[in-house]
Write a protein that binds this ligand. Structure first.
Ligand SMILES: [Fe+2]
Ligand SMILES: [Fe+2]
Length: 530
């Protein structure tokens, strides 16, 4: 790690072809870029832009600058893959009840351990991406954790990381602490009884779902079977008493053994300091952890304390520097779009009531952009912004997302924060600052009544207005925990009341045009089924 972090003047310039066909040398369309300059200068060209009709992104850009002092920089052709996964890992951290930066600190610890163990480059690469995406399956069981415990899924998941499940009394104490906290004694007793009845089997099923789904996502991203298997084996223990497969000793992939130790060190170092964390893993050596991997962590106090003190941007930069190999992995537009599609599914999996919302909403938003006559580049930007617009919803507990009734004012405040988190997460991808802002502004309204900034009139970017009509229409025309799906006519009639005051009239006309033209057929079929 010392060698990696001490590289003077930043990392070695990327090299190789840019955005090759999927069958090429990069993983899943990720590529080594020809020159460092190609990263910064390969901005999206303005040539070939079609003339926009009424709703003009450039005009909104100029107005937005006055208020927000944000430059609408053209999106770069390629971005650092580590930036993209670092940013998305913040969303996974929050879903998992961990502080932002948990996965990044885990990545740094894991790479240090791998270096000390002398793991070859291929395994260090697997470990790097597995560490960044280790919690990719976390949204798949959030609703299940909520229905099992009845409390905040993020708190239950965060606490689970600190419990020794091999100790019956500690496990029982955890179950009692997490079972419907804040509810009446009767409800808590009912929940604990149900937990006792479903017991270990239900918990293992939830772990299995999370590990399997996480591994599937890593494979969908094209990061290879080694990284996927590590994510699948994250909860296995050296003594064979882990989950879901009960692997023991060398049956557990070495990448998973390192990763399991690294994430535990991170959790306990953040809570009680590095010495405390190292002492704890030492006591679990030979039970939870491979003794050789534990031994490799000896004397790690100083770097561990330093990583725990870094802010999110410093962590992102340190993780970029720690990428194994001599060149940074880059993602071209197709690779970024693929990642966006996968993470849209991760967001939608958080609650059964938002299933496929991001994908449907994207289809609608793209159709609206087509109706407005936007060019290829703008449509591509709409697609990406739409896929990622609700990334911040991963931070909202299922007690709120799955609530079968109206939200209280405090719950509503938590819900409103999701667009703030969308921006905070996405802006960590260098070159995506504008996309982060526009995507996160999908709840802004022309009359200033929206959130999270309360932008008004022309200050609401054109892209955000397109997202807004697609988002509202999809929300109204699909089932919610507190009401059935509205018909297309009912949904449009409600939206008409907001025309010009909240929703942009041009964007609304384009939505009506898209629906009339049958541009959103798939979305319509799914809506009727909902
Ligand atoms: Fe939203
Ligand atoms: Fe949404």
């Amino acid at each position: 790690m010392r060698g990696i972090l001490a590289r003077p003047g930043g990392r070695t310039p990327p090299r190789g072809p840019v955005d090759p066909p999927d069958a090429g040398g990069g993983r899943a369309g990720f590529a080594f870029c020809t020159t460092a300059a190609a990263v910064a200068a390969a901005a999206r060209g303005t040539a070939g832009k079609k003339r926009l009709r009424t709703l003009n992104p450039s005009r909104a850009f100029a107005d937005t600058r006055k208020v927000n002092r944000r430059d609408r920089l053209p999106a770069p052709e390629t971005v650092h893959l580590s930036d993209v996964f670092s940013a998305l890992s913040f969303a996974l951290d929050l879903t998992e009840g961990q502080p932002m930066g948990h996965a990044l600190r885990t990545t740094l610890i894991a790479q240090e351990l791998a270096g000390r163990l002398g793991l070859p480059l291929a395994l260090r690469r697997d470990l790097y991406y597995a560490a960044l995406l280790k919690d990719a399956g976390c949204s798949s069981n959030a609703s299940g954790v909520f229905s099992l415990f009845g409390g905040d899924d993020r708190l239950a998941k965060g606490a689970r990381m600190r419990v020794d499940w091999s100790n019956y009394f500690r496990a029982a104490f955890f179950a009692m602490a997490q079972a419907a906290p804040g509810a009446s004694w009767f409800e808590r007793a009912r929940r604990i009884t149900a937990l006792a009845r479903q017991g270990r089997r239900a918990a293992v099923e939830l772990v299995d779902l999370r590990c399997r789904r996480g591994a599937e996502i890593v494979q969908q991203l094209g990061l290879g079977p080694g990284a996927a298997d590590a994510v699948r084996s994250l909860d296995e223990h050296w003594d064979g008493r882990g989950h879901p497969r009960g692997l023991a000793g060398d049956e557990i992939p070495i990448v998973a053994r390192v990763l399991t130790l690294a994430q535990t060190l991170e959790v306990f170092a953040m809570r009680g300091g590095a010495a405390n964390a190292l002492g704890l893993v030492g006591r679990r050596a030979g039970r939870w952890f491979d003794p050789l991997v534990v031994a490799a962590g000896a004397g790690l106090e100083t770097p561990l304390e330093r990583w725990c003190s870094l802010g999110t941007r410093e962590l992102r930069d340190a993780v970029a520097e720690a990428e194994p190999g001599s060149a940074a992995m880059l993602a071209g537009p197709r690779a970024v779009d693929r990642i966006a599609h996968v993470f849209a599914d991760v967001v939608d999996a958080k609650s059964p009531f938002t299933g496929a919302h991001s994908q449907r909403m994207t289809q609608l938003a793209v159709s609206v952009a087509h109706q407005l006559g936007w060019g290829v580049a703008e449509v591509a930007e709409v697609r990406r912004a739409a896929l990622l617009h609700d990334l911040g919803k991963l931070t909202v507990p299922n007690t709120i997302l799955d609530k079968p009734g109206p939200l209280t004012p405090s719950e509503w405040e938590v819900m409103r924060m999701h667009s703030f988190y969308t921006e905070r997460i996405l802006e960590h991808v260098r070159g995506f600052e504008w996309l982060a802002f526009a995507s996160a502004s999908h709840h802004e309204r022309l009359d200033g009544s929206g959130y999270c900034r309360g932008l008004r009139g022309e200050n609401v970017p054109a892209l955000s207005r397109v997202l807004a009509v697609a988002d509202v229409f999809d929300a109204l025309s699909t089932r919610r925990p507190y009401r059935p799906a509205l018909s297309i006519e009912e949904a449009l009639s409600i939206m008409e009341q907001d025309r010009g005051s909240g929703l942009c009239g041009d964007a609304l006309d384009a939505l009506i045009g898209a629906l009339g033209a049958g541009d959103a057929d798939l979305a319509g079929e799914e809506r009727q089924a909902a």
